[in-house]
Design a protein around this ligand. Structure first.
Ligand code: ADP
Ligand code: ADP
Ligand code: ZN
Length: 214
């Protein structure tokens, strides 16, 4: 069972690296951010509840995201493993994940902690562009698409996420420090944590991650 948690601040490259891991290791990327944005887009009850928190750069209540992940982990494609991208983000979420994995007889094998300094995070998030078709991420200078504003993989237009604006990014980084960073301590005790320097070439970072996972 290759259960992986990707831990790191907004902009650390969790989504970018998760997509590469998913392809090579044939396990699904489970992004709570993507699932919440989908719910907002579809106007579901959950989406309506989540939207205000997301727009403000805050965290959606634990019980909402825990429910999403619990359901998702039971899908057939998680039989061999899973990549949690953006979950857990609080201690109660981590505790709930411990319970859920135990109940489902699944296991988190590795917690990858992606490290990037704060100044670079701001530059990355301000310049991030996201494909509305397939969810691929680009950057206006660091990771440009081949054709301006179009996804290399599926040709769909790229957008700037509503929460990738300076004020909201600041709030997200503050919440990361307060609510999510304590998870590093939480997982240190498990012996499962691996630190990855996540600056520089995207392919080189991935090569290090893949080595850790093989
Ligand atoms: P996260 O999921 O952790 O928020 P993303 O994978 O969405 O992070 O990456 C945030 C932004 O930074 C995107 O615009 C992405 O293209 C860019 N990015 C990802 N990895 C790197 C890297 N190693 N160097 C420079 N920019 C990167
Ligand atoms: P980023 O790529 O910047 O790390 P995400 O796409 O993971 O952002 O998340 C976007 C937003 O969705 C978060 O700012 C938060 O409001 C909400 N969200 C995503 N995952 C969680 C979670 N595990 N707990 C609470 N809120 C979450
Ligand atoms: Zn695309």
């Amino acid at each position: 069972m290759l259960g992986i948690i990707l831990l790191g601040p907004p902009g650390a490259g969790k989504g970018t690296q998760a997509k590469k891991i998913a392809v090579e290791f044939s396990i699904p990327q489970i992004s709570t951010g993507d699932m919440l944005r989908e719910a907002v887009k579809n106007g579901t009850e959950m989406g309506k509840k989540a939207k205000a928190f997301m727009d403000a750069g805050g965290l959606v209540p634990d019980e909402v995201v825990i429910g999403i992940v619990k359901d998702r982990l039971q899908a057939a494609d998680c039989a061999k493993g899973f990549i949690l991208d953006g979950f857990p983000r609080t201690i109660p979420q981590a505790e709930a994940l411990d319970r859920v994995t135990k109940d489902l007889k699944k296991e988190v094998r590795t917690v990858l902690s992606l490290e990037v300094d704060e100044k670079e995070l701001m530059e990355r998030l301000c310049g991030r562009r996201t494909c509305t078709g397939c969810g691929a991420m680009y950057h206006v200078t660091f990771n440009r698409p081949k054709a301006d504003g179009k996804c290399d993989k599926c040709g769909t237009s790229l957008i700037q996420r509503d929460d990738d604006k300076e004020d909201t990014i600041k709030a997200r980084l503050v919440n990361y420090k307060k609510m999510t960073e304590p998870l590093l301590q939480y997982y240190k005790g498990t012996g499962k944590i691996r630190t990855v320097m996540a600056t520089g070439d995207i392919g080189a970072i991935y090569a290090n991650i893949a080595k850790l996972l093989r």
